[in-house]
Design a protein around this ligand. Structure first.
Ligand SMILES: *[C@@H]1O[C@H](CO)[C@@H](O)[C@H](O)[C@H]1NC(C)=O
Ligand SMILES: *[C@@H]1O[C@H](CO)[C@@H](O)[C@H](O)[C@H]1NC(C)=O
Length: 402
């Protein structure tokens, strides 16, 4: 009996010990779990807090950004306002200067800008020209554009005398330079790049015409040169010269017997030929007593005059004019060269009136323009300003259709 008792006791003891052991283990685990739970709660709280802080921060930055954006636009508006004011002051100064100074100060030192860069850019443009021209030809005339501004100015180089003319045939991309106010020679370059790279006119092909051109009022269009010729009796003719074959194909008498020049500031411009998307135009003064510029639409092949208009734009203080899309833009200046501006507009289709067209100021350059020749394909003007050859790129907008 006794050994069994002892065994039972020992088992009981073992049980109690085990119970103790397990209880301890349980307590330990429970504590660990509680601790972990606590820590998790802490992490949770922390992440919650970070999240909230993050949200606040985002809100703050968004507000700050908004504020900055507003500031920026106000600043921008202010700058615009200042720009307008500067422009106004500049115009007033121009006016005062024109009234008082012997000659508006021309900035002779202004650099002849990046010829190389321009040349490269030009070559790329030229490659697309043929295609664009084909497209232009196949299209029915749907030209409803009006100039809205001058996008950029390139001073290409300075060649020849203060007065002259240069232009580019939209079809062949060839460039023609008319030095001075009359002569029987013109210089032909294969491209604007060739012209800008040429030392003077050394790399040009010289073209000798059968008669003298008179005044910087010629036009080159579709491989033909149209020029004004004044014979010994001072009779004025328009000559059509084939640049490919080198021969005169047509000649026509001037619509009126007039010895008055078309622009009062450039008396050498007997009459001014212009080519645009719609064909060939002639700007002229019908008589000495007629104060306004007249416009004639010519047949580019036969030189027949199709229609004549009085532009109602005065010749007085005009220095040049050009035709874009059937609209004449007359450029005015003062005798003491100031800033050139388009101040009169005449649309043969009566769609544009002077009030609608913008008062367009040319950036101040050297003196005054002797000629401004529009290239309808590139939508840019080839200007001759005191011997500098300048390209003005134009921005266009649609005419307001009534
Ligand atoms: C341009 O013409 C002027 C005279 O009108 C002359 O002195 C000058 O040499 C000419 N320049 C060129 C490049 O033909
Ligand atoms: C010339 O144009 C003005 C408008 O600028 C007009 O009032 C005037 O009648 C025109 N003169 C002639 C002779 O047509």
């Amino acid at each position: 009996m006794k050994p069994l008792f002892v065994l039972l006791i020992s088992i009981a003891w073992t049980f109690t010990g085990a119970q103790h052991y397990y209880q301890g283990l349980m307590d330990y685990l429970e504590n660990r779990l509680l601790a972990i739970e606590d820590r998790m709660q802490l992490w949770h709280d922390l992440s919650q807090r970070y999240h909230t802080e993050m949200k606040d921060f985002k809100k703050l930055t968004a507000e700050a950004m908004d504020g900055l954006r507003n500031d920026h636009s106000t600043l921008f508006k202010d700058l615009e306002g200042a720009g307008v004011r500067v422009d106004r002051v500049e115009r007033e100064m121009d006016y005062v200067e024109a009234q008082t100074s012997p000659r508006a100060c021309a900035l002779k030192t202004e650099k002849v800008v990046e010829q190389e860069a321009w040349g490269l850019q030009e070559s790329r443009v030229e490659e697309e020209d043929e295609e664009e021209w084909e497209e232009l030809l196949s299209r029915v005339s749907d030209c409803v554009e009006i100039i809205s501004g001058i996008r950029s100015v390139k001073i290409l180089k300075r060649v020849g005398s203060p007065k002259g003319m240069w232009t580019r045939d939209p079809r062949s991309s060839k460039v023609y330079v008319f030095n001075g106010t009359s002569g029987d020679t013109i210089y032909q370059f294969d491209s604007v790049r060739d012209f800008s790279r040429s030392l003077g006119v050394t790399s040009s092909r010289n073209i000798r015409l059968p008669s003298d051109w008179s005044g910087p009022g010629s036009a080159v269009y579709n491989g033909f040169l149209y020029y004004i010729q004044q014979d010994s009796d001072m009779d004025v003719q328009v000559v059509r010269y084939d640049l490919l074959t080198g021969s005169v194909t047509d000649m026509t008498m001037f619509p009126v017997e007039s010895h008055a020049s078309v622009y009062s500031l450039n008396p050498e411009t007997v009459a001014d030929l212009a080519a645009d998307d719609e064909g060939l135009w002639l700007l002229y003064a019908p008589s000495d007593s007629e104060p306004n510029i007249s416009l004639a639409k010519m047949d580019a092949a036969t030189l027949d005059i199709e229609q004549i208009w009085d532009t109602r734009c005065p010749r007085e203080n005009a220095e040049a004019a050009f035709v874009v899309c059937g609209t004449v833009y007359v450029v005015y200046n003062t005798h003491l060269a100031s800033r050139s501006r388009v101040q009169c507009v005449f649309d043969v289709n009566d769609m544009v009136i002077s009030e609608e067209a913008p008062l367009l100021y040319f950036p101040r350059r050297y003196g005054a323009h002797t000629s401004l020749k529009y290239n309808p394909e590139e939508k840019q003007l080839y200007g001759w300003d005191d011997g500098y050859q300048i390209i003005y790129r134009l921005t266009m907008k649609r005419k307001l259709l009534a």
